[in-house]
Each structure stands twice: as C-alpha cells, then as structure tokens.
Design a protein around this ligand. Structure first.
Ligand SMILES: [Cu+2]
Length: 99
C-alpha cells in the first residue's frame, strides 16, 4: 500500500484513500495531486486553474481544451491504474489508481 504513493520533486502528492470523489486541480503546469487513489465507481474532477490551456488525456478519457476556470470529470468504473497526461504539454503527467 505504502509504495503506491510516490513523491516527485516538483509535484506534491496527497493521499486519498477510498474516497468516492476527488477534486484534481491543474495548476502551474502540474497535476495536483499527481497521483490519487479512488474507489471503483468514483469520479475525478480536474479543475483548470492555470492561465495556459491544457487537455487531460488518458486511456478511455480525454477532455476538451480547458481554459482557466473550466473543469473536466471522468467516472472510473473499472479497477486499474490509469496514467494520463496533458495532450499539449507532455511533461505534465498524472496517475489515477482505482481500487
Ligand atoms: Cu498542459
């Protein structure tokens, strides 16, 4: 369990254990928290706080081009690990772990 959470130098990860709904912010060219654990059937909400536009893309989900203030939601029905990134800025990466 413990090794599921990795701390990266420029990204702060918070722990969410079996929470149903997660708010995820896009800010300063980072996904924060970059890695979250949710329960199966949970929804992740990405809140775009950055002045630059971003597109969230992962296996089975893709947002529109998000401007500041916009949000994107995806419900995760299947257990698994979902890596995602920004379609515009490849260095922006995140991970959703669905249990
Ligand atoms: Cu981006």
């Amino acid at each position: 369990m413990e090794n599921l959470y990795k701390y990266k130098s420029h990204i702060i990860c918070r722990r969410f254990k079996n929470e149903k709904n997660i708010d995820n912010r896009i800010d300063c060219f980072n996904f924060f928290p970059a890695e979250v654990v949710i329960a199966r059937g949970g929804t992740v909400t990405w809140r775009q706080k950055d002045s630059d536009k971003h597109i969230v893309i992962g296996a089975g989900f893709e947002s529109l081009e998000l401007s500041q203030g916009q949000t994107f939601q995806h419900k995760f029905e299947e257990i698994g690990v979902y890596d995602y990134k920004c379609k515009i800025h490849a260095s922006m990466k995140g991970k959703i772990i669905v249990k």
